[in-house]
Design a binder for this molecule. Structure first.
Ligand code: SF4
Ligand code: SF4
Length: 150
């Protein structure tokens, strides 16, 4: 009997406290701006320097470049840019080393899927992942993108 009353006491005490849970997924979970989420990639900014792939501790970035089709311009343009999210640990190193902010972090984290193949994301998918870009990288914001943690 004493146990029951004690339990009810704890329940009543906590009923008046502010809620610490979220109605997820109906409501988005607020995360800090430095949250390490799924990357956004901007092909226009990539100079094919390979630094992101070299620093990646899990070798999950695959990239290739080709000669710039514009004869007036030097250097390469990106041809293939894929990230395998089966093994990406979202460590942020690729975005830290990128000299042009072609690859930047977002606050997006929802990758759950029934197929491992779906975790292999190509350049177009990474480009379209342009919502909730980290505030400090908003200079890389594409038209229509929304940035920052709410
Ligand atoms: S976040 Fe880390 S593991 Fe993922 S692609 Fe970038 S460097 Fe590699
Ligand atoms: S570090 Fe940046 S510019 Fe260099 S290849 Fe990677 S994404 Fe492109």
């Amino acid at each position: 009997m004493f146990g029951l009353l004690k339990g009810l006491g704890v329940t009543l005490k906590n009923m008046t406290k502010p809620k610490v849970t979220y109605n997820y997924p109906a409501e988005p979970i607020p995360v800090p701006d430095r949250f390490r989420g799924i990357q956004h990639f901007d092909a226009e900014k990539c100079i094919v320097c390979n630094q992101c792939a070299l620093v990646c501790p899990t070798d999950c970035i695959t990239l290739t470049g080709k000669r710039n089709p514009d004869p007036e311009k030097k250097g390469k343009v990106i041809e293939i840019y894929d990230i395998n999210f089966e093994i990406c640990i979202l460590c942020d190193l690729c975005t830290e080393v990128c000299p042009t902010e072609a690859i930047v972090m977002t606050n997006n984290f929802e990758l759950a899927t029934y197929s491992r193949d779906d975790l292999f994301k190509n350049m177009q998918w990474l480009h379209d992942n342009n919502q909730n870009i980290r505030q400090e990288n908003m200079s890389s914001k594409p038209p229509g993108a929304a940035g920052g943690a709410k």
